[in-house]
Write a protein that binds this ligand. Structure first.
Ligand SMILES: Nc1ncnc2c1ncn2[C@@H]1O[C@H](COP(=O)(O)OP(=O)(O)OP(=O)(O)O)[C@@H](O)[C@H]1O
Ligand SMILES: [Mg+2]
Length: 400
């Protein structure tokens, strides 16, 4: 059958398309954040939950409030009822009771890459939720958004085109010739206590060209630049999470060089699994090439996490079983199941951990949170195993 060929798309039309897409995003933002207001964290915890988080009884908390070691709890000025504690309040309690889980100065900071060269496997989703899981536990977390698509930057309430200056705020200036000596300039606090962010925007993509041009003469400098940058800020953090772009470019290679552990999200379907197998092969080859250029790099752990898994699909179950058989030591036990809750919250530029009110009491929400907590907990234990000061605690908990 004869089909008229589609007319070519002109550059003008592409520009119009991109402008329209930007308008849609702007409307979404306007709906989510009233003009002039910034994204906030509305989580409040009652005394029972706070006690659980702090690792002390509610009686001890009440006593400390009564004798002035802790401030009086917030009350509603009209009803006089307690309004619960914020995460910052809970962290203050942890400080007072000595239950903050920070690493000791002698323990290495965990620099974790959530990496897979395949797009859309759940890297950014995992980075945001893992950061928040760890922040809820009281760890000091930094997220480095290494992806010019800037999904993670958006999830943390920033508009990459408006709130982030490409010449000043992202990794880019650090990667440029004669860039600053440390990454401090790019660190910014977020509305999550304990989560700092180095944001990204489209301008970061230019780093690919910049690096490629300098590779010939300054190979090791280029490859290890991100690692140098992370070393310049790591003192302040327990865990640094890197969210790389979905491509094998210079930025992704820099992430592999900077990481001291890797989690590979991989949906158990044919196509994604095929590309993950390919990723693993490429990673092996790339790492040994990188080792020849700039010295070998060891990882504390490299784990594969099944993401977007649907138990109702026999193909998913079969491939997951195959993954478990092929990589018995390397698969995480926890699985991040496919969940409408994740899709819905990310579509609204939020996370599952940020949901409050009646929406947080639905069964779908609780189930999804249980998957996320299980993944977070497994990674938390892997991280703590790399900190000698945590070993005694892990042994006591029967985890080592
Ligand atoms: N477990 C899940 N259940 C349902 N939807 C999910 C899940 N994980 C991720 N998603 C959705 O899949 C899409 C892609 O996820 P995400 O952006 O995290 O992937 P990515 O690997 O970072 O993508 P990219 O390679 O483009 O950076 C998002 O719309 C996200 O909401
Ligand atoms: Mg992403």
């Amino acid at each position: 059958m004869d089909q008229a060929p589609l007319p070519p798309v002109t550059l003008d039309e592409l520009d119009q398309l991109s402008a329209r897409a930007a308008t849609v995003i702007a409307r979404l933002r306007d709906r989510l954040y009233a003009p002039g207001t910034e994204k906030r964290l509305d989580l409040r915890f009652n005394v029972r939950r706070a006690a659980e988080m702090v690792g002390r009884s509610d009686k001890l908390i009440r006593d400390a409030e009564a004798d002035g070691r802790l401030p009086e709890p917030d009350k509603d000025p009209e009803t006089g009822r307690r309004t619960g504690y914020s995460l910052a309040d809970v962290n203050h309690m942890r400080e007072v009771f000595g239950t903050l889980p920070h690493r000791a100065p002698g323990d290495p900071a965990m620099v974790l890459a959530v990496q897979n060269f395949k797009g859309g496997v759940g890297k950014s989703t995992m980075v945001c939720h893992l950061a928040q899981y760890l922040a809820l536990k009281g760890y000091r977390v930094c997220i480095v958004d290494c992806d010019s698509q800037a999904s993670t930057t958006s999830m943390f309430g920033l508009n990459p085109d408006v709130d982030v200056n490409e010449d000043e705020d992202t990794l880019y200036p650090f990667f440029r010739h004669g860039g600053p000596p440390s990454l401090h300039y790019a660190l910014r606090a977020t509305y999550w206590p304990n989560i700092a962010l180095i944001p990204a925007n489209l301008g970061l993509y230019d780093a690919e060209y910049e690096f490629a041009a300098r590779m010939a003469r300054e190979q090791t400098f280029v490859l290890d630049r991100l690692r140098t940058g992370i070393e310049s800020i790591q003192d302040q953090f327990d865990v640094i999470l890197m969210d790389p772009p979905p491509a094998l470019g210079m930025l992704s290679l820099s992430v592999l060089r900077a990481a001291n552990a890797i989690v590979i999200p991989a949906p158990p379907n044919n196509i994604d699994f095929g590309s993950t197998a390919h990723f693993l092969k490429m990673m092996g080859a790339t790492l040994s090439e990188l080792a020849q250029m700039g010295g070998a790099r060891d990882y504390a752990f490299v784990k594969i996490l099944a993401t977007k898994m649907n138990d109702g699909k026999s193909a998913h179950v079969a491939i997951k079983r195959m993954m478990d058989a092929v990589f018995p030591m390397d698969m995480m036990t926890a699985v991040l199941k496919d969940s409408a809750e994740i899709d819905n919250t990310t579509a609204n530029l939020g996370t599952v951990y940020e949901v409050t009110g009646p929406a947080a009491r639905t069964e779908t929400h609780k189930r999804c949170r249980a998957y996320l907590d299980a993944v977070g907990r497994e990674i938390e234990i892997l991280i703590r195993k790399t900190w000698p000061s945590h070993h005694a605690g892990l042994r006591k908990e029967g985890l080592l």
